[in-house]
Design a binder for this molecule. Structure first.
Ligand SMILES: [Zn+2]
Length: 410
């Protein structure tokens, strides 16, 4: 809703809010004014978040029968009432597959199938508020009908168990992106935490091209720099980073270095900024590393688990915090290096254990938009960030898929 002030004097239009130049200091919009403006904008287009881990969070709590998503779930970061107050228009739900067979069972593909099943059932159970989406047009249609789009992204290429047939069937089940790795490397793609100096294998490149042919977005969050570069040079469609921030600001391997951001600009992909405090605040990242080193030292010195837990609690109490403003800084950095067409949102809510101050759950998304408006972003630019860029990338991937499936013209 527009907040209009009638104070007398000269009216000007800033950020869609009519304010009046009077004897009072001009352009002193309050935080509520910016949030109201953000919400007005989010009523005109679907805000799309690239990564939310609610499927695995629900699974961990015993499955769909244990969590009523339609009502407030204070222990989670996501539920329908907060998605509504956060003006979420579309959500890629992560069909996360643990990296080790110890956690996923002997068949990661089955684990992925179960996550996909859970997403379909979650959506069906809440069909008054949500609807499945497989294309950009579906997202637009659902948005017009007042529903939140449910999109599926597989997190971890080990889900396909080295089978292009499995990849094709995951696509047939509605999967619209796949993160090539999770924390562990595969024989065809290397994870961000791996020190190996290799990227995609020949089969890895085949996977990328098959994903292009299927219209499935190639997600480069979690992979190492060489794999990012190889995928960007292989893919015929724009790629995404579903939940990664900028390494120039926070020196974490999960974030995207400027050299890759420049390639993303050429590829016309989108980097969806992750809210994970350790990825957006250098102080938090450094502190986290020091806590890990201290824990390791305690373990080496033979400290029992109770002592280690007490120490961890004490250290965590003194830990620095990330802020909403730092997330906005990452967005602005990616905009500066890759361009306004290549930045989006990928919260990682319910996959992260800590949150930035001001971005505690999905209901706070308009506050982030409000912060960018406060920094002087134009309405067209916040729209690009919120959803226009992601919809463009989806449409482009759909177009590439059609072209790759069509027989060549004589
Ligand atoms: Zn992740």
């Amino acid at each position: 809703m527009n907040s209009v002030r009638r104070l007398g004097g000269l009216a000007v239009r800033t950020l869609g809010v009519t304010i009046l130049l009077t004897a009072q200091p001009p352009n002193r919009l309050t935080a509520q004014d910016y949030r109201a403006e953000a919400i007005r904008i989010l009523r005109t287009l679907p805000l799309i978040d690239g990564h939310n881990d609610i499927p695995d969070a629900i699974r961990e709590r015993g499955g769909l029968d244990s969590v009523n998503f339609a009502v407030s779930q204070p222990k989670l970061m996501t539920d329908i009432p907060r998605l509504r107050s956060g003006h979420a228009g579309g959500q890629f739900w992560a069909a996360y597959v643990p990296s080790t067979t110890m956690d996923s069972g002997p068949h990661p593909a089955v684990y992925a199938l179960e996550q996909i099943d859970l997403i379909h059932r979650l959506c069906a159970r809440n069909s008054r508020s949500m609807a499945m989406a497989y294309t950009a047009a579906d997202v637009q249609r659902n948005f017009a009908a007042g529903k939140i789009s449910c999109l599926i992204g597989i997190e971890g290429g080990h889900a396909i168990e080295n089978s292009l047939g499995a990849l094709r069937m995951f696509s047939a089940l509605g999967t619209r992106y796949m993160t090539l790795t999770h924390w562990r490397s595969l024989d065809w793609a290397v994870a961000s935490t791996d020190t190996a100096h290799r990227g995609l294998s020949a089969f890895g490149k085949q996977v990328v091209l098959e994903m292009n042919r299927l219209g499935m977005l190639v997600d480069l969050s979690h992979v190492n720099d060489q794999t990012m570069s190889d995928a960007l040079h292989t893919s015929r469609a724009p790629i995404i980073f579903s939940h990664s921030s900028a390494r120039a600001l926070t020196n974490h391997a999960r974030d995207v270095p400027d050299s890759i951001l420049k390639l993303v600009a050429k590829n016309r992909g989108v980097v969806m900024v992750n809210f994970n405090p350790g990825f957006v605040s250098e102080a938090v990242r450094v502190y986290g590393d020091s806590v890990n080193a201290r824990l390791e030292a305690l373990r080496a010195a033979g400290a029992d688990s109770a002592t280690r837990a007490d120490s961890l609690k004490a250290w965590n109490a003194r830990a620095p915090h990330a802020t909403l403003q730092q997330v906005a800084d990452h967005i602005e950095h990616i905009r500066q290096v890759a361009g306004i067409d290549c930045v989006g949102l990928g919260s990682d809510f319910d996959g992260i254990t800590e949150v930035p101050v001001g971005l505690e759950d999905v209901s706070k998304l308009p506050d982030l938009i409000a912060e960018l408006l406060r920094r002087g972003w134009a309405e067209t630019d916040v729209k690009k960030l919120a959803g226009v860029n992601t919809l463009r990338v989806m449409r482009e991937a759909e177009r590439v898929a059609v072209a790759m499936r069509s027989p060549p013209r004589r």
